[in-house]
Design a protein around this ligand. Structure first.
Ligand code: SF4
Length: 751
């Protein structure tokens, strides 16, 4: 049995048996550790139960008109803009601000009930409702603020419909911008080719006939002219040139194709009204693939028609040369530039539970090179509870989808939660403008079993690293620019930290920093309530540790410490809930997956750390060599005078001999604890054990900052935990420390 195992067993003696049984089995024995009742929420949610009372990003305004960059805004930012413009300085302005903020709150509450409408309409309704229950000054404030409101659009709350609405809106705006040059070109070519045909017709004998002239004037004024006479007169002065028949046929063909195409809506250019434009929005990847295949011949035809029309319009079509080229032009000749002229396909897929139905279609579409933008909205990222524990929790494919898609070449990938879509606006627009396929994997926060608003659940998924944000852009020149996790809160940390303020049992106000982990996210979901056991306050003890403080990869080491999460009930009373081993294990997996993402994003890169370690070792070697050279030089400089004085010294009386050298003042006492700092691998084990005693220096290597504040037990445990055995605990300072004899024995290998 190893020393650590013995220590664990010793500590585990202090832990009630029902706790151990619960942690291992996930089942609380009757009358012992109480299973966490549903209704308990992570403590950090205490202040967010009613989101309508908070001023935050939602609802969002999907702005009508204007550039794509301004297409998505928060209602709060719109109201701030209005107040900035309309509120006068001083008390009157403050009154107006209060009135307008009341109305913003009213609109927020309305959209939270699921009402969707334009800002203008919801403003009018809310203003009427508030004015009916208030004095005239409120109506006046709202009327003046309304006059300063310059934007409108649809207001949407954070709910199941949000992702598709938001992406549909942004995609529409990007398509409008992208296809504008082609639409204008088609329109101009239709006009030009029509004019050429008309001019050619007028110059011809047929164009000068009485019937053609009559048709050109129209029936309303036909009686006012003698068309036979006009025809004879024109024939006498005419004789101009006509277009060669081959050109006329080509122009007529190109014109017909341009007028009948269904890819673009071209206004006022003789486009046939019967041409219903193609729909580019799909709810299935397979359907989008099929539509693309069916439309491919029409795309080739349209590209040919545009090219022919341009050559004819500029008088540059050369029969022999261009005929050959266009005869050979087919779908195989289309390149990325050709495809970029056409609208992209938007596919909005919704995965509510379990494995996706259309996953094969998704991979086929993304790897086909079709410029499709695919939104996969997931309403569940935790798999259904699994009594047999045969599979880990995070088996919902949607939680891993985006990471898998990074392996596809040329596919832009964005993973985000719905609560964070406003912040990811630029990354969304970039993906929609990417010339190749793009995948947007969005967690909606609408898990059926979560009894909290979707906004909160989605935000919790990101904060807990269960569904972190990241972006991969294959258009960037190198990996560092292509992959980013910067959209996450505290991207350099394992878990996010929040300040929690509460009253303890003595009604004293306490504040502490609390980390939000994957275990806290699981605790939001009533389906997993049995994995948490609420402990009575009498059973709380120093052996309990927050899940976040369980050392990485050390579940077994944490067996002697009881991991817990902080929960609150409906009255905001604080509880500690013991977490079973399966959730702790899953939290470790989640942290490991997050660390891999961090590394891809350039945070704590193992490659960079290895390079750094090599460079540091080389530098230290060089420094040691330099010091040795200096010592040798100093020694040879003193050797000559010493030799010269040796004779005199030999003749001197014994009392003149130099005193023996004093011991070096820097020499370390074997009794003091210390760390071989240059060998530290920055693994966090000791700093997590006690961040006051153990600290990192500027090179992120550990040293003992406050030996006087350490117990001997902490020093010995740190020495045992250190993977490279560089912590030396020295001798105990406090002869009365409990268990000293055993600790001294355990410290022996590290002295
Ligand atoms: S445990 Fe050891 S290697 Fe890890 S940080 Fe502390 S001293 Fe460095």
């Amino acid at each position: 049995m190893t020393r650590n195992a013995m220590k664990r067993d010793h500590n585990m003696d202090m832990i009630p048996r029902d706790h151990i049984a619960f942690r291992v089995t996930g089942h609380a024995a009757p009358g012992t550790a109480a299973a966490a009742p549903s209704g308990l929420l992570p403590a950090l949610f205490a202040h967010y139960r009613d989101l309508t009372t908070l001023r935050y990003d939602f609802p969002l305004l999907l702005v009508k008109g204007g550039p794509a960059e301004g297409a998505i805004r928060s209602l709060s930012s719109v109201i701030d803009g209005v107040l900035q413009e309309a509120a006068p300085p001083g008390a009157e302005g403050e009154r107006m601000r209060q009135h307008v903020l009341r109305m913003e709150k009213e609109i927020r509450a309305t959209t939270a009930r699921g009402v969707v409408g334009s800002l203008a309409a919801l403003w009018e309704k809310s203003a009427r409702r508030l004015a009916a229950a208030s004095d005239e000054s409120l109506a006046d404030s709202l009327a003046r603020a309304r006059a300063a409101l310059k934007v409108d659009g649809t207001l949407v709350d954070c709910n199941a419909a949000l992702p598709a609405r938001l992406f549909g809106h942004a995609w529409e705006r990007v398509q409008q911008e992208r296809t504008r040059p082609v639409r204008e070109q088609i329109r101009a070519l239709i006009v030009r080719l029509s004019d050429m045909l008309k001019a050619g017709m007028l110059a011809s004998e047929a164009g000068r006939s009485a019937d053609a002239l009559k048709a050109g004037v129209g029936s309303a004024h036909a009686g006012a002219f003698d068309f036979d006479l006009m025809s004879r007169l024109l024939a006498r002065v005419g004789g101009g040139s006509t277009l060669p028949p081959a050109h006329v046929r080509r122009i007529e063909w190109a014109l017909a194709v341009l007028q009948s195409q269904r890819f673009f809506q071209v206004a006022d250019a003789g486009a046939k009204a019967a041409n219903v434009p193609y729909d580019f929005v799909f709810t299935s990847c397979a359907a989008a693939c099929e539509a693309y295949g069916e439309r491919l011949p029409r795309m080739v035809e349209l590209l040919k028609a545009i090219a022919v029309a341009r050559l004819e319009a500029e008088g540059r079509y050369v029969d022999g040369k261009h005929d050959l080229f266009f005869d050979a032009f087919d779908a195989g000749a289309l390149d990325r530039e050709d495809l970029s002229l056409f609208p992209d396909y938007l596919v909005c897929v919704r995965w509510s539970a379990g494995d996706p139905a259309d996953e094969a279609g998704l991979w086929r579409l993304l790897s086909s090179g079709i410029p499709a933008k695919v939104l996969v909205q997931s309403d569940e990222i935790l798999a259904p509870p699994n009594e047999e524990k045969a599979l880990p929790f995070l088996t919902a494919r949607s939680a891993h989808l985006a990471a898998m898609a990074v392996g596809l070449r040329h596919t832009y990938v964005l993973q985000a939660v719905s609560a964070h879509l406003l912040q990811m606006k630029d990354a969304i627009l970039k993906g929609l403008r990417h010339p190749g396929p793009a995948l947007f994997s969005v967690y909606s926060g609408c898990a059926a079993s979560a009894g909290i608003p979707p906004y909160l659940h989605a935000a919790a998924a990101m904060e807990s690293r269960a569904f972190p944000s990241f972006r991969y852009d294959p258009g960037e020149p190198d990996w560092a620019a292509a992959f980013s996790v910067e959209g996450n809160p505290e991207p350099g940390a394992d878990w996010t930290t929040h300040r929690l303020a509460y009253e303890d049992e003595m009604r004293q106000r306490v504040t502490e920093d609390v980390k939000f982990t994957f275990a806290d996210f699981v605790a939001c979901d009533a389906r997993y309530a049995r994995h948490f056991a609420r402990l009575p306050r009498a059973e709380w003890g120093a052996h309990m540790v927050p899940v976040a403080d369980c050392p990485a990869g050390a579940l077994s080491q944490s067996a002697a410490r009881e991991p817990y999460v902080l929960l609150v009930d409906a009255r905001s009373a604080l509880h500690r809930a013991l977490v079973d081993d399966s959730v702790v294990r899953e939290s470790e997996r989640c942290r490991a997956a997050w660390r891999r993402l961090q590394e891809l994003g350039g945070i704590r890169s193992s490659h960079a750390e290895r390079l750094l370690a090599r460079a540091r070792a080389a530098w230290e070697e060089e420094k040691a060599g330099e010091l040795a050279r200096i010592d040798r030089a100093a020694a040879s400089a003193t050797a000559a005078p010493e030799a010269a004085s040796a004779v005199q010294a030999a003749a001197r009386p014994a009392s003149d001999a130099p005193a023996p050298a004093e011991p070096g003042v820097q020499e370390r006492s074997a009794d003091e604890p210390y760390i071989e700092t240059p060998r530290c691998t920055s693994c966090d084990e000791c700093t997590q054990l006690n961040s006051v005693v153990f600290a990192y220096d500027a090179n992120k290597q550990a040293y003992i900052a406050h030996p006087e504040k350490a117990t001997y037990r902490e020093l010995v445990e740190a020495a045992e935990a250190c993977q490279v055995s560089i912590i030396h605990p020295g001798k105990p300072r406090n002869p009365n420390e409990p268990g000293l004899a055993e600790l001294v024995e355990r410290a022996r290998p590290f002295l």
